[in-house]
Design a protein around this ligand. Structure first.
Ligand SMILES: [Zn+2]
Length: 179
């Protein structure tokens, strides 16, 4: 009986591990784990995210229900239109504006062809944005509030790309980082 329980718990553990991590053609995809690439050059910042769709909308298949479509539209609007008021909050005195923004769901057809149920389908969010400010951004700071707006993100890191590339872990809903 004890043996049976151990076997069962081992099976359970391997199942959980399997459902959270998937081998992807473009690298590992772990639900809840997101990395933002932030490249600062002079007055502009290039932002880029490539991570599991689940962290942004709660599913990874093509949205079907009204609720799923609404979640999708909301995530797109937050990124494309409210990027600087909700997600990356720069001080008003810096005069930052969105130059371009895109938020797409990327399905890997090859990866999903054997999926029999929606729960077995995986996709990534490919989001990019270019922000330009009125003054040089070196040494300035901003508030990263992604976790506040996308609570399914559990582990968030910002990779600051520049002359010296460094990674900053974001542990709270709203966290100030220095450029
Ligand atoms: Zn997935």
């Amino acid at each position: 009986m004890k043996k049976m329980a151990l076997l069962l718990s081992l099976l359970l553990v391997s199942n959980i591990a399997h459902s959270e991590t998937h081998g992807r053609r473009l690298g590992a995809h772990v639900h809840g784990t997101i990395k933002i690439e932030m490249a600062v050059e002079g007055k502009s910042v290039d932002l880029s995210i490539d991570g599991p769709a689940e962290s942004f909308v709660g599913y990874e298949y093509t949205p079907k229900s009204a609720k799923e479509k609404k979640a999708w539209a909301q995530a797109v609007a937050t990124w494309n239109k409210q990027l600087l008021s909700k997600l990356f909050i720069f001080d008003k005195s810096l005069g930052c504006k969105i130059n371009s923004a895109s938020f797409r769901q990327e399905m890997d057809e090859e990866e999903n062809k054997d999926a029999k149920k929606e729960a077995g389908i995986h996709s990534d969010i490919n989001a990019e944005a270019k922000v330009t400010c009125a003054i040089d951004l070196a040494g300035q700071s901003l508030v990263v509030a992604l976790k506040k707006n996308f609570p399914k993100i559990k582990k968030l890191a910002v990779e600051l790309v520049g002359t010296e590339t460094k990674t900053i872990d974001i542990n709270s809903d709203e966290q100030t980082i220095k450029l």
